[in-house]
Structure formats: structure tokens, C-alpha cells
Design a protein around this ligand. Structure first.
Ligand SMILES: Cc1cc2nc3c(=O)[nH]c(=O)nc-3n(C[C@H](O)[C@H](O)[C@H](O)COP(=O)(O)OP(=O)(O)OC[C@H]3O[C@@H](n4cnc5c(N)ncnc54)[C@H](O)[C@@H]3O)c2cc1C
Length: 421
């Protein structure tokens, strides 16, 4: 097998972890082969996924090994990552070999994989089939529209994945507790969290196959970076009593450090003789007169970190923030992409305007004759909470949204119309 080392400097998930141990365990890479595929094929007639026992749609993104050799029959091998389960165990996870084939076929096929000739199988792979409730039957709080006080989270809403389940569980839990005290539900926007994108996709559109969160589903993903997750969400967490004061003060320290670094970079003027050597070495035009550092950072070829080191002014310009990659990296992202970030914020702001038009629960779509039949049917089925959600339902056009806006302004079709703040 080929050794697959981890990151040289592993980055922790948590903003509270300063550093991870460098001595990470390695994974290993190996491949299936035509021999392995032949062995697997001997079990196809007993696979519930092939013999008709399981009829539902599987997750598109993690096909079983039998699916892979069936769908990609021209491929003579598929890669398998062998991942240690931990330091205190000899158990390894075979990533890429999910399967519902009979146990003895799995075992025989594994032993044909290069490097696994003497393998012991501790537990066989398996598949499950599950049902779900169409998630457009939920409010954004994840409370069900049909049964008051009942909240749904996770696979029951048509998603697959640990993180998808955890994210919904968090929001459903928060909102179930808030409901007990008659507090407004916590609803994250699409422009401020992947949780917001996930829940909005589910509630506004429903899903026909196991839903998985991808960065590509977020239109404002330039705003949703892991380096600013704490800036986006820790203030909410702290306000809700979920994030500790220690976490909050760490965030405040980070924000202050970034501001100090940014100010220092903006104030710093550099002389041509100090930077032209560096500028030419990265293939960008030299400067003819003293120039502000932030003007140079926006050039795609220029790296703020390298420039600061080239000038020998790191201690003076860059604030050290505990547990974080150097502040100049984050400040550089903000400076380089400032134009795009501003534009995204503007677009997000326009969408929020629509979100503030609340559609009351009993809105009589059947009486709205001047929108398309398709829009009427979908709106009546999904019953969006607001105009923003209505606008994202496929089949509801901007013209339909304008009609609804006029009706909401007039208070038609319902006993009372409230425009949420
Ligand atoms: C073999 C396999 C491998 C997977 N691999 C991955 C992976 O690598 N990465 C990934 O992200 N996701 C993976 N998934 C998907 C992921 O495990 C699920 O999407 C996720 O765990 C769903 O969480 P959940 O809380 O919605 O449901 P579950 O974890 O299924 O929790 C539902 C709970 O409700 C309990 N329950 C059911 N009925 C009742 C009842 N009547 N009363 C009381 N309790 C009840 C069940 O016992 C269960 O504990 C995998 C799934 C399978 C089956």
C-alpha cells in the first residue's frame, strides 16, 4: 500500500484548540483489482440493492463498491483508503468499500486486495433503507407545520450525514427550548451559515433524494469560510448561552488583533527600493513612488505574509493571536477579495428584504388567480413562511412574487398581514 501522510500542520476544528500534536497517524492507499471485482460479482444476486429488496434512491455521493463496479464497468480498479480508527486499536476502516453484499463475499474480496491478504474482518459492511417526511412540511424553526410542538431533525428530514443531522439537531433543540418560553425561533440566514443554507434548501424546496450539504449549494460561499465561522456564529452562541465567555473573549481578542493588523498594513507606506526586488521576483510591476502596503496586497501575485517577511517588519505589523494562523493571512483574504465580499453582502441584503415579508399561516393561495397554476400548487403545498422562501421554490417566478407582494401589502387573502421586522 502507499502511505498517505496527514497534513504537516494539522488544523483543529475548534477555535478553542491552540495546536494539535504533530505525530499524526498515517492512512494507506490501496486499490481493488479485476480479481476483487470478480469475487464481489459472485454475491450480486444476493445483494438487497440489486435483487430488488431495496428500492429507494441511495446517496449519490457515496456509492457502494458493488455500485461502483456495476456503474463504472470500464474501470479495472477503485481506490481504497485504509484509515486507522485510533491510537489504542489495531482496527482500520476501509474507506471506499461500503457494501451490502453477503458477509463471506465481503471477506473473500477484501483478502484479494493488495496489502490485505491476511486481513481479519471485525464487522461486515451493511446498508440500510429509511423513510422520511417531506421537509417542506417544516417551519424554519424545524417545528412541524402539522403537529405543533413537534420538532424534526436529521435523517427524518431526508438528509444523510453526521454533520447534517448534528446541525439540524442543534437548531431544533434550541428552538424547542425557546418555544417553551414563547421566544422567537433562531433562524440562520443563507448568507451567514451553512446551517442556514441546509435548512432553507430543505424547507423551501424539499428533497427527492438523500440530501447532503455541499459548499457548492451556498450562493454566498465567499462569506461562509471556516476562518470566519467564529466571527459569524460565536456571538449568537454566546447570546443563547451555548458558547462560554472564554470562547467569546477569544473571539473579541481575534477581532481586535485582525483590526490592529489591518490598520498597521493600511498605514504602512513602502519605498520602491524596499519592495521592488520582491515584486519583480513574483512577476508583478515594480513601483515608482512610495505606496501603501494594502495597495500592493490586492495584486494577485503578492502575498502579504511574504511581503511582510521580505520587509523584515512582521513583529511591527502583524499581531499574534493565540491558536490562530498568523493574522496577516486573514487580513490578506479580506483585502484581496474586498470587492467580491462587498458585492455578496449587497446581494444578501437584497434577499433579506424579501425574507422580511412574512406570509401568514392561513394565506389563501387558491384565491390568487393571477399567478401561474404551477406556482399556486407549489405555494399551497409548501406554504412558505416568507416571500424570500417563496421566491426560491422552483416554478415560482419573480412575477408571481410581485403579485404576492401586492396582496400582502393590501392584506388580501388573509385576516391579517404582518410584515416581520
Ligand atoms: C453504514 C452507514 C455508514 C454511514 N457512513 C457515514 C459517513 O461516513 N459519514 C456521514 O456523514 N454519514 C454516514 N452515514 C449516515 C449517518 O450515519 C446518518 O445520516 C446520521 O447518523 C443520521 O442521524 P439521525 O440522528 O438523523 O438518525 P439516527 O442516527 O438514525 O438516530 C435516530 C435514533 O432514533 C432512534 N429511534 C428510532 N425509532 C425510535 C422510537 N420509536 N423511539 C425511540 N427512539 C427511536 C434510533 O434507535 C436512533 O438511535 C452512514 C450511515 C450508514 C447506515
Amino acid at each position: 500500500m502507499e502511505e498517505q501522510p496527514g497534513d504537516e500542520t494539522p488544523a483543529p476544528f475548534s477555535f478553542m484548540t491552540d495546536e494539535l500534536p504533530r505525530d499524526q497517524m498515517h492512512c494507506w492507499l490501496t486499490y481493488t483489482s479485476p480479481d476483487v471485482h470478480d469475487m464481489l460479482r459472485t454475491g450480486f444476486d444476493r445483494s438487497p440493492m440489486f435483487n430488488g429488496t431495496i428500492k429507494s434512491t441511495g446517496p449519490r455521493y457515496c456509492p457502494s463498491i458493488e455500485d461502483k463496479i456495476n456503474r463504472f464497468a470500464d474501470k479495472s480498479r477503485h481506490q481504497l483508503f485504509i484509515e486507522p480508527e485510533g491510537r489504542g486499536t489495531y482496527e482500520m476502516y476501509v474507506n471506499g468499500f461500503s457494501t451490502s453484499l453477503p458477509e463471506e463475499v465481503q471477506f473473500a474480496a477484501l483478502r484479494k486486495v493488495s496489502g490485505m491478504e491476511n486481513v481479519h474482518m471485525l464487522r461486515p459492511g451493511y446498508a440500510i433503507e429509511y423513510d422520511y417526511f417531506p421537509p417542506y412540511q417544516l417551519h424554519y424553526s424545524l417545528e412541524t407545520k402539522l403537529v405543533e410542538g413537534l420538532f424534526f431533525a436529521g435523517q427524518i428530514n431526508g438528509t444523510t450525514g453526521y454533520e447534517e443531522a448534528a446541525a439540524q439537531g442543534l437548531i431544533a433543540g434550541i428552538n424547542a427550548v425557546r418555544r417553551l418560553s414563547d421566544l422567537e425561533p433562531v433562524v440562520l440566514k443563507r448568507s451567514e451559515a451553512y446551517i442556514g443554507v441546509l435548512i432553507d434548501d430543505l424547507v423551501a424546496k424539499g428533497t427527492e433524494e438523500p440530501y447532503r450539504m455541499f459548499t457548492s449549494r451556498a450562493e454566498h460561499r465567499i462569506l461562509l469560510r471556516q476562518d470566519n465561522a467564529d466571527q459569524r456564529l460565536t456571538p449568537y452562541g454566546h447570546e443563547l448561552g451555548l458558547a462560554s465567555s472564554e470562547r467569546r473573549s477569544r473571539l473579541d481578542e481575534k477581532v481586535a488583533g485582525l483590526r490592529r493588523t489591518r490598520d498597521a498594513v493600511e498605514r504602512c507606506r513602502v519605498e520602491p527600493e524596499d519592495v521592488n526586488g520582491y515584486l519583480e521576483s513574483v512577476g508583478t510591476a515594480p513601483i515608482a513612488e512610495p505606496t501603501r502596503l494594502d495597495r500592493l496586497v490586492v495584486r494577485p501575485e503578492v502575498s502579504l505574509s511574504d511581503l511582510v517577511d521580505h520587509l523584515g517588519r512582521r513583529t511591527e505589523l502583524v499581531t499574534t493571536i493565540p491558536g490562530l494562523e498568523p493574522a496577516d493571512v486573514l487580513v490578506e483574504i479580506d483585502m484581496k477579495y474586498a470587492g467580491y465580499l462587498e458585492r455578496e453582502k449587497e446581494l444578501a441584503g437584497q434577499m433579506e428584504q424579501l425574507e422580511s415579508w412574512r406570509i401568514p399561516d392561513g394565506f389563501a393561495y387558491a384565491d390568487v388567480t393571477n399567478i401561474t397554476m404551477e406556482a399556486r400548487e407549489k405555494l399551497a403545498r409548501i406554504r412558505p413562511d416568507n416571500l424570500g422562501q417563496a421566491s426560491r421554490i422552483s416554478g415560482v417566478s419573480p412575477a408571481d412574487v410581485s403579485v404576492l407582494m401586492v396582496l400582502l401589502k393590501r392584506g388580501n387573502g388573509v385576516s391579517s398581514v404582518e410584515a416581520a421586522t
